[in-house]
Design a protein around this ligand. Structure first.
Ligand SMILES: Cc1ncc(COP(=O)(O)O)c(C=O)c1O
Length: 402
């Protein structure tokens, strides 16, 4: 894309401009006290993103510390099983075990540029919390992570990992005690500490500039994957690109590389119990206007999913827009199918996917079985993270049934 194209708000996956709107979605619905911080962040990001020195440092850390580029792996045995050719973009192999590191290294560098030496973050599955604690350790910053009490229990190991990395984990006991409530608490804490603290938000959600900025930090996934796929398959693009979507950052990151690939369908898979695009309606939450699951009175409903990282009643505003303009299709996978996908990928490929990423695998299995995906078609799945964090939870579920 040329510079003039990236500053056109009407362009698919372009720059949303100063109002931060993707069609009717996005914006900056925050208390007045947070407006200066959001504007400061937008200005800092615009300057940094146009600065070759910032990119040089970011790319260097992602390469030498983060393990990028992550490979694309063809899954021959899994493919034989399901009847379509499946390739995985291996974000599970990035340092800390998921795509979340791409975003936090970018935001950590920005915080340093803005002279802020404290990072706060929300986390669901714990992966974003672990990644933020990692960035804070690397940059010598203080770190506080807000995590719903329910999630501190199902992702106990990640809580300990964050503590080992020097972060303080604050269990959030309000509301459903999951990701939505952790975001509320982090926003509240940010209001009280904005002078020296950067809120390191973990997905393409929240007030402008987060949805756009986080997508840009994650777009490295799609840029790498497109090139890697083309070199594997004689210059062609995949028939379908699939990613799971909670807030939507790994999906936005991989889709950004394929937005203009006219021969590639893009599919995002939400948790059936938190399917904001397919079952939600527009509303305002966490500083953004987006698709949200809510009742007739506008009360936000509780999302329910086996995977803590997809247990969110909304989705980033750009996804609501991509659904509306028809560039991305939104599907849902239920917990049962997700468990099957988790086990099948492990047994056929020796790869334990995160429960979040297993949603994308589950959709591929269902779409191949129903004939929606033609036999032999090429499918690129963003394997957003590794499943080690989920092993104890899956063991408990499977043992409970035995
Ligand atoms: C491995 C993994 N994948 C996906 C997600 C969902 O986030 P997003 O939709 O922003 O990629 C999470 C969130 O914790 C995660 O840990």
């Amino acid at each position: 894309m040329t510079t003039s194209e990236t500053t056109r708000p009407d362009l698919i996956m372009g720059d949303p401009g100063p109002t931060g709107r993707f069609g009717e979605f996005g914006g900056r619905y925050v208390p007045e006290s947070l407006m200066p911080a959001c504007i400061e962040l937008e200005t800092a990001f615009r300057e940094a993103w146009a600065d070759p020195e910032f990119h040089r440092e970011l790319d260097g850390i992602l390469r030498n510390y983060g393990g990028r580029p992550t490979p694309v792996t063809e899954c021959r045995r899994f493919s034989e099983h399901v009847g379509v050719r499946v390739f995985l973009k291996r974000e599970d192999l990035a340092h800390t075990g998921s795509h979340k590191l791409n975003n936090v290294i970018g935001q950590g560098l920005l915080a340093r540029r803005m002279g802020k030496n404290k990072l706060i973050a929300e986390t669901g599955a714990g992966q974003h919390g672990v990644a933020t604690a990692t960035a804070a350790a690397l940059f010598g910053m203080e770190c506080i992570v807000y995590m719903g009490e329910v999630d501190t229990k199902r992702q106990e190991l990640n809580v300990f990992r964050m503590e080992l990395l020097g972060a303080t984990v604050v269990p959030v006991v309000s509301g459903s005690r999951t990701l939505k409530d952790a975001v509320n608490e982090a926003l509240r804490a940010w209001v009280a500490s904005v002078d020296d603290t950067h809120y390191c938000l973990g997905s393409v959600m929240g007030p402008h500039p987060y949805p756009w900025m986080v997508r840009e930090f994650q777009s490295v996934i799609g840029e790498e994957a497109r090139e890697q796929f083309r070199s594997l398959l004689d210059g062609s693009d995949p028939d379908v690109v699939v990613a799971c979507a909670g807030g939507g950052s790994n999906a936005a990151g991989i889709f950004a590389g394929f937005a203009d690939a006219t021969s590639s369908d893009l599919v995002a898979v939400e948790a059936a119990g938190g399917a904001a695009v397919t079952t939600g309606i527009p509303g305002v939450l966490h500083g953004m206007r987006s698709a949200l699951i809510q009742d007739e009175a506008g009360q936000i409903l509780e999302a329910e999913s086996i995977s803590a990282g997809l247990d969110y009643p909304g989705i980033g505003p750009e996804h609501a827009h991509l659904a509306e303009v028809g560039r991305v299709r939104y599907e849902a996978a239920d917990d049962e199918r997700v468990l099957e996908a988790f086990q099948l990928l492990a047994k056929t490929e020796g790869i334990l996917p995160a429960l979040e990423s297993s949603h994308a695998i589950a959709w591929v299995m269902a779409a191949a079985a129903s004939g929606e995906l033609a036999p032999g078609s090429t499918v690129l799945v963003n394997l957003s993270g590794r499943g080690d964090k989920d092993v104890a939870q899956v063991r408990d579920i499977l043992r409970g049934r035995a």
